[in-house]
Design a protein around this ligand. Structure first.
Ligand code: SF4
Length: 338
C-alpha cells in the first residue's frame, strides 16, 4: 500500500463522493430558482462504479474516510444500499444533507453503516428559511435533526453557512440551539462557489467576527483539531449569564470552518469525486480527471490507480481566494459536492 501524497507532502485519506447533482432545495447562494441543468441518469456513476473507485483508494492508498454529498444525497434512490457496500470497506462513512427527508431515511442509513451526519441549516427563522432555500421546510429539517439523534448518530452536526447581512445575527441563537438540543454547530465561511457568482469578500463573516460574538456571551476552550477542516471549541455561558439559563448551563460544542479568512490547505487530506465521475484534487480545482471515461473505457484497476496518483500530484498548494490570481472554478458547489 502506498500513501496518496501530493508534491507538498500532504497525504490524502478522505474522499468526498457526490452521489447526485440534484437537489430538492434552491438555496440562493447555491443555485438559481429553476435549478440547474441536471445530468442525465446515464451520466451519473453507478453504485458499482463508485464502489470500484472507493475500493481502489482503500486497498491501494489506505483511504480512511468517505463523505457522501450531493446536490442532496438522499435524493439518490436506494442510497442505503450504497452506504452498506461502502461501509464494508471499513472506512469511516459520513454524509452531508439538507435534512428535509431525513426523518424517512435516518434509521436505514444508520443501520446500513453511516456513522456521522452533518445537516445544513442556515437559519432558525421560518421566513428567512423560505427566502434562502425557496422552500417552506424548516420544520422538516428540525424533525430531521431529531430523527438523526433518535437513529443513533452522535454527535449530530449542524452546518451553518454564514453570510453578512443574512444570518450573521443568528450566531448566538444557533449556539443556544446547539447547546440546548445537544447538537454540534459548525459555522462555515461563505466561499466563492455560488452558481450566481455573487460572492464577495465583504459578505464573508470571518472566524474572528464569530469569536467576538462568542466571547461576549460565553467562556470557550479550544478542542483538538486533527485534520478536520473545522477549528473546534467547547463553550458554556459566562457565570453572569448562566443565572438566566439556570439548569441549562451545560457545555456545548461548536466549530468554525474558516476556509477564506484562515485557510487550512496546508493540512488538506481531501479529494473529491463528482456524481459524473470527475476526480477533483481540490474544491477549487480548475481541472479534473475523468475517471468515468477510464472506467467505461475498460480501464484496469492499475490504470485507474496510476491516473489517480497523477491527479493528486498535480494538486496546487491551496485555493488562492483573495489573491489577484484567484480563479473561480467553473463548477458550483452543488456540482462539485461540497
Ligand atoms: S481549498 Fe482545496 S486545498 Fe484547500 S482545504 Fe479545500 S480542498 Fe483542500
Amino acid at each position: 500500500m502506498q500513501p496518496l501524497i501530493d508534491t507538498f507532502g500532504r497525504v490524502h485519506k478522505d474522499l468526498r463522493i457526490s452521489v447526485t447533482d440534484r437537489c430538492n432545495f434552491r438555496c440562493q447562494y447555491c443555485m438559481p430558482e429553476e435549478g440547474m441543468v441536471w445530468l442525465d441518469r446515464s451520466e451519473i456513476l453507478t453504485f458499482d462504479e463508485i464502489y470500484r473507485i472507493a475500493n481502489i483508494l482503500v486497498e491501494r492508498f489506505g483511504l480512511e474516510s468517505i463523505r457522501l454529498t450531493g446536490g442532496e444525497p438522499t435524493l439518490r434512490r436506494e442510497l442505503h444500499v450504497l452506504v452498506s457496500r461502502l461501509a464494508s470497506l471499513g472506512v469511516e462513512l459520513s454524509m452531508t444533507t439538507n435534512g428535509a427527508t431525513l426523518e424517512r431515511h435516518a434509521v436505514d442509513l444508520f443501520e446500513a453503516g453511516l456513522t456521522r451526519i452533518n445537516i445544513s441549516l442556515d437559519t432558525l427563522d421560518r421566513q428567512k428559511f423560505v427566502e434562502l432555500t425557496r422552500r417552506d421546510q424548516l420544520q422538516q429539517v428540525i424533525e430531521g435533526i431529531d430523527a438523526a439523534k433518535q437513529a443513533g448518530f452522535d454527535p449530530v452536526k449542524v452546518n451553518v453557512m454564514l453570510m453578512k447581512g443574512i444570518n450573521d445575527t443568528e450566531i448566538i441563537d444557533f449556539l443556544e440551539f446547539g447547546r440546548t438540543s445537544d447538537v454540534v454547530i459548525r459555522f462555515i465561511e461563505f466561499m466563492p462557489l455560488d452558481a450566481g457568482e455573487e460572492w464577495s469578500q465583504d459578505r464573508v463573516v470571518a472566524a474572528s467576527e464569530i469569536m467576538d460574538q462568542v466571547t461576549e456571551h460565553y467562556r470557550s476552550e479550544s478542542l483538538e483539531r486533527g485534520s478536520s477542516p473545522a477549528e473546534r471549541f467547547r463553550f458554556e455561558p459566562k457565570s453572569d449569564v448562566s443565572s438566566d439559563l439556570g439548569e441549562n448551563a451545560q457545555w456545548g460544542e461548536f466549530g468554525i470552518i474558516a476556509s477564506v479568512s484562515e485557510p487550512f490547505c496546508e493540512s488538506c487530506d481531501r479529494i473529491r469525486l463528482t456524481s459524473d465521475g470527475q476526480l477533483r484534487n481540490c474544491l477549487f480545482a480548475l481541472e479534473h480527471l475523468d475517471l468515468r471515461a477510464l472506467l467505461r473505457g475498460g480501464g484496469t484497476d492499475e490504470q485507474l490507480a496510476k491516473a489517480i496518483v497523477e491527479e493528486v500530484e498535480a494538486k496546487r498548494s491551496g485555493h488562492n481566494i483573495g489573491q489577484v490570481y484567484f480563479i473561480r472554478p467553473s463548477k458550483s458547489m452543488s456540482q462539485v459536492g461540497g
